[in-house]
Design a protein around this ligand. Structure first.
Ligand SMILES: Cc1ncc(COP(=O)(O)O)c(C=O)c1O
Length: 387
């Protein structure tokens, strides 16, 4: 396990992130902190545009660098990765490639912890004749695999689960859910936005068919860049009707006479790549890769453990599971007035966020024990705002 402050995590990396000089930043579940490296990447993009005009070839090459970086993070092959602008694009591409309303598998199973985009895209398919089945958590907030088992059957086309819940910090047993889906002939998608970069993910170990996420949070870059992993063997039978010219087998042939998507996962790309975001994304991901996701995960687990112990001492209602295997980088604690709590902590330059009645505290590679102790001290002074 990586010690705090060793390698490229903790104190060793903090100098890359100017905001940490004056702020306790615990909001990577919303947006990762801006680094010097990501700022320089944007500048490099602007300089190239200024000096040489449109650098199409270079830009396309950068998109391929992003594809490789995503693949490396996931243990996938490059040809199994689509470069997208958002999770929404990737998920819409998947459902557009499934027959749903036609055929004998009309159902999409989703967990109650899906991000709105996944739920809304699933329900949009009702217009095509699909049925959506919700898997709801038990009273303690967990969604045991048995709940998925109750919902999945021979009518299920797609099972959507979320690796780490943005609402509670609960981590799902994605591998078990994927196995269940496959036992019934269904496909499995894991939205891993709240995990990628802070949780070591290997798509082949997980056994999922699709896995998606983006660069805004633990990949330390900005909005407008995401990825979709598609299991290689599935590609020949998936023909997305949500598409675009960058998904074509020969992009620069500029052919408008037919639909001939790329043979690989690029068939899930769409229009012009989000070039500025790709510059930023490649830079953000390089920080994560240099630190190593396994080292980040170990570092974050120590910090979340310290935080949960401290919240227990304060008598707070921690809604995130205690077992390390059932949580990721996000710890949620119940509040009686969470908006006020977030605002008061912001006044002390402690940046956290809220969902439902939960205060969300997210840890990442650049956080240190002092950050945890600082937020705990601020919460001790506001014990009345904890439920
Ligand atoms: C779990 C999860 N999925 C998806 C998204 C965002 O989806 P999109 O990239 O479509 O905006 C977020 C956060 O913004 C998220 O936390």
């Amino acid at each position: 396990m990586a010690a705090v402050g060793s390698a490229r995590v903790g104190t060793a990396i903090r100098g890359e992130f100017p905001i940490l000089e004056h702020t306790t930043y615990l909001n990577s579940c919303s947006q990762g902190a801006l680094s010097h490296r990501v700022r320089r990447a944007y500048e490099e993009y602007l300089d190239g545009w200024d000096e040489r005009g449109a650098e199409w070839e270079h830009w396309v090459e950068r998109a391929e660098t992003a594809r490789s970086a995503f693949a490396a993070l996931l243990g996938a092959r490059n040809d199994e990765i689509a470069v997208t602008t958002s999770v929404s694009q990737g998920v819409s591409g998947i459902v557009s490639a499934l027959p749903l309303g036609r055929g004998d598998r009309p159902r999409i199973v989703i967990s109650e912890y899906e991000f709105p985009t996944v739920g809304q895209i699933a329900h949009a398919q009702e217009r095509r004749g699909a049925e959506v089945v919700h898997v709801v958590p038990d009273e303690d907030g967990s969604i045991p695999v048995e709940r998925f088992a109750e919902a999945i059957d021979e009518r299920t086309a797609l099972v959507c689960c979320t690796t780490v819940s943005y609402r509670t910090g609960n981590r799902q047993d994605v591998a078990a859910i994927a196995r269940l889906a496959h036992e019934h002939g269904a496909l499995c998608l894991a939205d891993s936005y709240q995990a990628i970069g802070a949780v070591d993910l290997d798509v082949h170990e997980l056994g999922v068919d699709f896995l998606t996420g983006g660069t805004v949070k633990y990949l330390l870059a900005s909005a407008g860049l995401g990825f979709l992993y598609v299991r290689g063997e599935l590609l020949p039978r998936l023909r997305p009707t949500q598409t675009g010219w960058f998904a074509d087998e020969d992009i620069f042939q500029m052919d408008i006479s037919d639909y001939s998507p790329a043979a690989d996962a690029r068939r899930f790309d769409a229009g012009t790549p989000p070039v500025p975001n790709i510059y930023a994304g490649v830079a953000g991901m390089s920080l994560v890769q240099e630190a190593g996701v396994d080292a980040i995960e170990a570092h974050v687990a120590r910090l979340t453990g310290r935080l949960i112990d401290g919240l227990d001492e304060l008598g707070g209602r921690v809604v995130t599971p205690r077992e390390p295997a059932r949580r990721g980088p996000l710890v949620c604690v119940r509040s009686t007035d969470v908006s006020r709590l977030v605002a008061e902590l912001a006044d002390e330059r402690i940046v956290v966020s809220e969902r439902d009645a939960n205060l969300r505290i997210a840890l990442h590679l650049y956080n240190v024990e002092e950050d945890v102790d600082r937020v705990l001290a601020a919460l001790r002074d506001r014990r009345h705002l904890l439920a």
